[in-house]
Design a protein around this ligand. Sequence first.
Ligand code: HPA
Length: 249
Amino acid sequence: MDIRLGVIGGTGVYQLAQLQQVQGIELETPYGKPSGPVRVGLLDGQQVAFLARHGEAHSVAPHRINYRANVHALHQLGVQRLLGINAVGGIGERMGPRVLAVPDQIIDYTHGRLASFCDVEGAKVEHVDFTHPYTPALRTALLRAGADIEVRLVDRGCYGATQGPRLETIAEIARMRRDGCDLVGMTGMPEAVLARELGIEYASLCLVANWAAGCGDAEEITMDEVMENMAAAIGVVPALLSALLRRLA
Ligand code: HPA
């Protein structure tokens, strides 16, 4: 199977309607089961593998996702380039609702997640380089794909990964802002580092669903607001994926 791109879809992205001749593949990994079947199909004539991070019925909370099984399953299929699509809250000025951003840095605030393939009795410990957590070449391809079809993507930003499933307090977001975070989400880690451990190129397309706590005018963050903004932001994803595949061809 010569898969050009793997895609892990987050909140609001449970399938790729563009995929043709789709095959659902149930995989087992040494780390357990992924969130659901990997859907492999053709997108503009190229093989793409898609996995819904939270399961196709959004039944797996961020802190309970088996990130290792998800990344390993795609690796087993031969995925060498992986795009994570992540719903996020906006902290930085440029990161208002419905913005699409391609972050270049990460701060990991999660805890207790199985965050390494070394985290197994007897496994050899490796300290992977993570200076640039997202693969520069894949980020660049994605940004160029956006430019090709005149979709505005915000280039760069620091993704702060929180534990969830609850949203953050105003004080937590204020701290994250002081730390330099522009975006906040619950699923960016350990996915990015697991891809790195397996030598898979990885980039993230962040869809801003809401101003993070205390950043906008809203007194609280409602799921209606999140879903409405996600639905609006998701609209360009199919065209962006096609453009990315043309860049990768
Ligand atoms: N915080 C964390 N994760 C999120 C948010 C948020 O405000 N919005 C969407 N995912």
